[in-house]
Design a protein around this ligand. Structure first.
Ligand SMILES: [Mg+2]
Length: 352
């Protein structure tokens, strides 16, 4: 296959994450035995129904979409005004996500009557899809979580599962994703796993193969304080990929994916072991743990690595909000190509 274009990698990352999320959604709370009984040892081959909706995405993709919207607004604001605090703009995007979940925040900028942008206009995004408690409770607070002033001690996978596109959008994907994840997850592993993952996507975005990209992200991780737990999970995944067969029975040794370092390890193993996009994502959801999150992360990574063309067309056609996710991906490409040329309007991404 020819090397994917930059646009294909961006679209592959966003659409790949969404279809992986949707493939895992119906089996998030199923055991491995139940999954194998229903789908066989290779896992589900088509997007099923979850939350009463065919091809349903979950909170992972919903929050990823708001991460992207926030980052695009930050870039528009920076280009228009020359000043910007990007993490604050992404936090504001998460307040809009919180509003879609029917919740309120004590934060002074939580003002639903003033919320704008095109994402909150999408009725389908106002559905609750088992949102994580750490994300909800952190965003309800008046304070903003930072690495230095942790909002909680959470290290659930809610920080790492939403940051993949920052690999394309941030100047320093590793560092910025750490700050974005720390908005809701205060444990170092909760945000360092996110930094590693966005850093890895950033390496892949430049055309680096997966192995060298992991080496580079690992080197960045080593420089951070408190990296031991995340590093151990990364190394376990690399070693395991050398020794264990790419089968569901190999996954439990890396955990269940409910916490950040396990979701990261499962993603790395499945991506390293995969023969292609479909193969890797089906493996990533075929376990008794957090199938939609590991599916979303593996899909985002393999999509960025292999490009949109590697994703089964039947999955892209079936995924909920596929057109909106596709439009968002195109806006990312256009914005990055046209920095400073008003490629995106303030109307679509009001820089706030
Ligand atoms: Mg989910």
């Amino acid at each position: 296959m020819p090397e994917p274009t930059f646009a294909s990698r961006v679209r592959g990352c966003l659409l790949g994450g969404a279809v992986g999320d949707a493939l895992g959604a119906p089996i998030e709370f199923a055991s491995l035995d139940q999954i194998v009984a229903a789908h066989g040892i290779d896992g589900p081959s088509d997007l099923g129904e979850a939350f009463g909706v065919a091809g349903a995405i979950t909170d992972d993709t919903q929050m990823t979409m708001f991460t992207v919207e926030g980052m695009l607004r930050a870039l528009v604001r920076h280009d228009a005004m020359g000043i910007c605090f990007p993490v604050g703009v992404v936090h504001h995007a998460y307040l809009r996500w919180l509003h879609t979940q029917g919740e309120r925040s004590e934060h002074p900028l939580f003002a639903p009557e003033e919320f704008d942008g095109w994402l909150i206009e999408l009725d389908a995004l106002h559905a609750r899809r088992a949102p994580g408690e750490s994300c909800l409770s952190a965003l309800r607070k008046a304070a903003i979580g930072t690495k230095e002033a942790p909002i909680n001690d959470g290290k659930g996978c809610g920080g790492v599962m939403r940051v993949a596109p920052l690999g394309f959008l941030a100047v320093d994907p590793f560092g910025f994703a750490c700050e974005v994840a720390a908005l809701t997850h205060g444990h170092p592993t909760g945000w360092l796993a996110a930094g590693f993952f966005a850093g890895l996507i950033g390496e892949v975005a430049t055309g680096r193969p997966l192995g060298p990209a992991i080496v580079a992200a690992r080197a960045a991780l080593l420089r951070e304080e408190g990296h031991e737990e995340t590093l151990a999970a990364v190394d376990r995944a690399i070693e395991h990929a050398d020794l264990a067969p790419p089968l569901p029975e190999s996954l439990p040794r890396l955990g269940e994916g409910w916490v950040a370092e396990e979701a990261l390890a499962l993603t790395l193993f499945c991506a390293l072991a995969a023969e292609g996009f479909e193969d890797g994502v089906r493996l990533a959801v075929t376990h008794g743990g957090d199938s939609d999150s590991t599916g979303a992360m593996t899909g985002a990574l393999l999509g960025a690595l292999l490009g949109e063309e590697a994703i089964p067309a039947r999955w892209i056609e079936a995924v909920e909000l596929g057109d909106a996710i596709s439009a968002l991906a195109d806006d990312v490409v256009e914005t990055l190509r046209g920095r400073g040329t008003e490629a995106l309007s303030w109307d679509r991404y009001p820089g706030w």
